[in-house]
Design a protein around this ligand. Structure first.
Ligand code: SDX
Length: 434
């Protein structure tokens, strides 16, 4: 079993009509308490009902711990602040996937494994001719990642560790290439091949901004900021897209198909798509003379389905520690570049205004990971439609780690139950009598 959980002596008692049940209680390594209901239906015929899984744990996991009340986030026990300060993205990816920070030899070998797979099969380039010029890069990313399974049929066995390992290397190596190619396609420039003398983040910026007419020299501050952004996006326990990867993977679907499904879930504006939606919202407010109060009032108005994008969170009822890290990095980068981005001013003003308003305070709504990230991406020259693609590149190691953990735990196919509320049995009515 994944995590050492203390077998609690405590039990939970459930009374349902004439039945009384003692249910085991599971206590996690951070003291979280879960009631194990795996015997509930067989003993009572009843199931639980928890719309959107607000109160439901889907698994035990040893990868990421977050405490929403205290604003704590740790990858394999290491605080996100420490990793953001001392690691780069590939070291963090190694930690999430293999459970320990790499030694220098392990890190060097992992980097070499990734470098070895950065290019796409030349036949994959023709896919891009099939997409419309204005195709959203998330649609391209999920399509091309799913198609990797058709090119790498030698690594589809989810139970073969070597095949899983090479698929992991291929995915981590190729996502930046697939992403950069989608950007080049959108601006009518030729694809730029990866250059393996560069680091992971340098290589991505090279593929995004170099042209045959001239190489792009990545500013070290940009590389540092991109590493930090990818690190803080790398995992977040059982969020929507990670749960999707686990769900799809639980059918023994290959890793490429599982990750492609996760990309689709991340695209939604309530999830990873919020970073793109947030910048669009900040631009709208900026065009509206920075009138943040108007948008705060709109967000509070139940007649209006407008929401402050980048605000609020299912788990964090305190500051999202990632937002704090990103905001600091934002400030530092803009100062270093002597850049005045009006969106950053508006974002700070919006945060101050909302956090003075009882509507947000009572509901414990704070800026989340998506609130400030777009300002940094803009400073790096990343187009808005690529923001969620960057989120996917960052989240990939987390998706992989959870997919591996699920298989290591020998988990069964995920198949939730339901409470049926439709018509009871009724007789067929011939069409001439309807
Ligand atoms: C990510 O799960 C993860 O870990 C996700 C993520 C990760 O790393 O994987 O952290 C990444 O997805 C971050 C969230 C990005 N999404 C957004 O920024 C979109 C805007 N935020 C909201 O839509 C909302 O806050 C959610 C989707 C993030 C959370 O939704 P919940 O938990 O279902 O909360 P809810 O909709 O039930 O809101 C509770 C109350 C409601 O009001 P009441 O019915 O109590 O009167 O808060 C209100 C909501 O109307 N509310 C907001 C709001 N967010 C919640 N009101 C205005 N603006 C907002 N942004």
């Amino acid at each position: 079993m994944t995590s050492a959980v203390s077998e609690s002596s405590k039990t939970a008692r459930l009374v349902l009509e004439d039945k009384e049940l003692e249910l085991p209680v599971v206590v996690g390594s951070e003291g979280e308490v879960g009631i194990d209901i795996s015997s509930l239906r067989s003993q009572t015929g009843a199931i639980t009902l928890d719309e959107a899984y607000v109160n439901t744990g889907s698994t035990r996991s040893a990868i990421t711990f977050l405490n929403g009340e205290d604003g704590v986030l740790r990858y394999r026990g290491y605080p996100i602040e420490t990793l953001a300060e001392h690691c780069d993205f590939l070291e963090t990816a190694y930690l999430l996937i293999y459970g320990e920070l790499p030694t220098s030899d392990q890190a060097a070998s992992f980097r070499e494994d990734i470098r070895h797979h950065t290019m796409l099969h030349e036949d994959m380039k023709s896919f891009y001719n099939g997409f419309p010029r204005d195709a959203h890069p998330m649609g391209i990313l999920s399509s091309v990642v799913g198609a990797l399974s058709t090119f790498y049929q030698d690594s589809m066995d989810v139970h073969d560790p070597d095949q899983v390992e090479v698929s992991i290397h291929r995915l981590i190596a190729k996502l930046p290439t697939i992403a950069a190619y989608s950007h080049k396609k959108s601006i009518g420039q030729p694809f730029v091949y990866p250059k393996n003398s560069l680091s992971y983040c340098e290589n991505f910026l090279h593929m995004m901004f170099s042209t045959p007419a001239g190489d792009y020299e990545a500013d070290p501050d940009f590389v540092e900021a991109l590493n930090l952004l990818l690190i803080v996006h790398a995992d977040h326990e059982q969020n929507c897209s990670t749960s999707t990867v686990r769900m799809v993977g639980s059918s023994n679907a290959n890793l490429f198909a599982s990750i492609s499904a996760g990309i689709g879930a991340l695209w939604g504006p309530l999830h990873g798509g919020a970073n793109e939606a947030c910048v669009n919202m900040l631009e709208q407010i900026t065009r509206d003379n920075g009138n943040v109060q108007k948008y705060v009032d709109m967000a509070k108005d139940k007649q209006n389905n407008f929401r402050l994008m980048g605000f609020g969170h299912r788990v964090y009822k305190n500051r999202d520690p990632r937002a704090t890290i990103i905001k600091t990095s934002c400030d530092k980068l803009l100062q270093k570049l002597d850049l005045k981005d009006p969106l950053f001013e508006v974002a700070q003003k919006l945060e101050e205004t909302a956090l003075r308003d009882s509507y947000f305070v009572e509901r414990k709504l704070y800026p989340n990971v998506d609130f400030y990230s777009g300002v940094i991406y803009r400073a790096l020259g990343i187009p808005v439609q690529m923001f969620t693609v960057l989120f996917a590149i960052g989240r990939l190691p987390g998706w992989i780690a959870h997919w591996k953990e699920m298989h290591a735990d020998g988990s069964r196919i995920n198949r939730p139950r339901q409470i049926y509320t439709g018509p009871t049995r009724r007789d067929f009515v011939p069409v001439d009598q309807r």
